[in-house]
Design a protein around this ligand. Structure first.
Ligand SMILES: Nc1ncnc2c1ncn2[C@@H]1O[C@H](COP(=O)(O)OP(=O)(O)O)[C@@H](O)[C@H]1O
Ligand SMILES: [Mg+2]
Length: 208
């Protein structure tokens, strides 16, 4: 039961968007449960998990995550946890302690990439007790039809974390699906390209 945490030190990077859609995509191929560890609870409000398990789809994280995870971990193949936008938040720290993989969405701007140094440190800190923890940066909101600029590639090279081959493009459907309380798999033809990207990322994540 791999636990996949969406972490980062900045709001707006795409943690909630990615976690909602990853959980939905994983639930199509396997079984997945989503845990909202962000006290703001935006993912719970989103309520886009009809594909997962109508009765038990979104859980609010409790104080003691390891106890909370004991039950779903027997029932679900994947657990996706959305974290608050701070790596020093107690929720993020306790989630990293029990995760197998930290996915760190980041926009392709050098400033945002340099700011991931805090996240990198938090991952290293968590690894002292959680030696199995892996981490992967995911470029999110890449402008459609453009590639990574030289500056962004240089900034990426300076970060000591691997980068997912799959980058997610900036697509209106990621935003609109949230407004409709859906994930991109429920958006029909409008969601096809976004869904394919999520599936590609899942394929990569499953190999880890
Ligand atoms: N790939 C994307 N394309 C278009 N909009 C996106 C994309 N990823 C995220 N967004 C939008 O950006 C905003 C911030 O994303 P969100 O997932 O809430 O970030 P976080 O949880 O890290 O604060 C939301 O309005 C979301 O719909
Ligand atoms: Mg969020």
């Amino acid at each position: 039961m791999p636990v996949i945490a969406l972490v980062g030190n900045k709001g707006g990077a795409g943690k909630t968007t990615l976690s909602v859609n990853l959980a939905a995509g994983l639930a199509k191929q396997s079984t997945a449960i989503f845990i909202d560890a962000d006290p703001q609870g935006s993912a719970i409000q989103w309520n886009a998990f009809t594909v997962i398990d109508a009765s038990n789809s979104v859980l609010e994280a409790s104080e003691d995550l390891s106890v909370q995870l004991d039950q779903p971990s027997k029932k679900y193949e994947y657990i996706v946890v959305d974290c608050p936008p701070s790596v020093s938040a107690p929720q993020t720290i306790s989630v990293l302690e029990i995760s197998d993989l930290a996915l760190i969405p980041v926009q392709p701007s050098p400033v945002d990439l340099w700011a991931t140094v805090h996240t990198e440190k938090a991952v290293q800190q968590a690894r002292q007790s959680n030696t199995k923890l892996q981490a992967l940066l995911v470029i999110n909101q890449l402008e459609t039809r453009t590639t990574l600029s030289r500056l962004v590639r240089d900034a990426l090279a300076e970060i000591d974390l691997p980068v997912a081959k799959t980058a997610l493009r900036r697509r209106a459907v990621f935003r609109n699906s949230a407004l409709e309380g859906k994930n991109v798999f429920e958006m029909g033809r409008r969601g096809i390209d976004a869904a394919r990207e999520i599936e590609q990322l899942i394929h990569e994540v499953m190999k880890i």
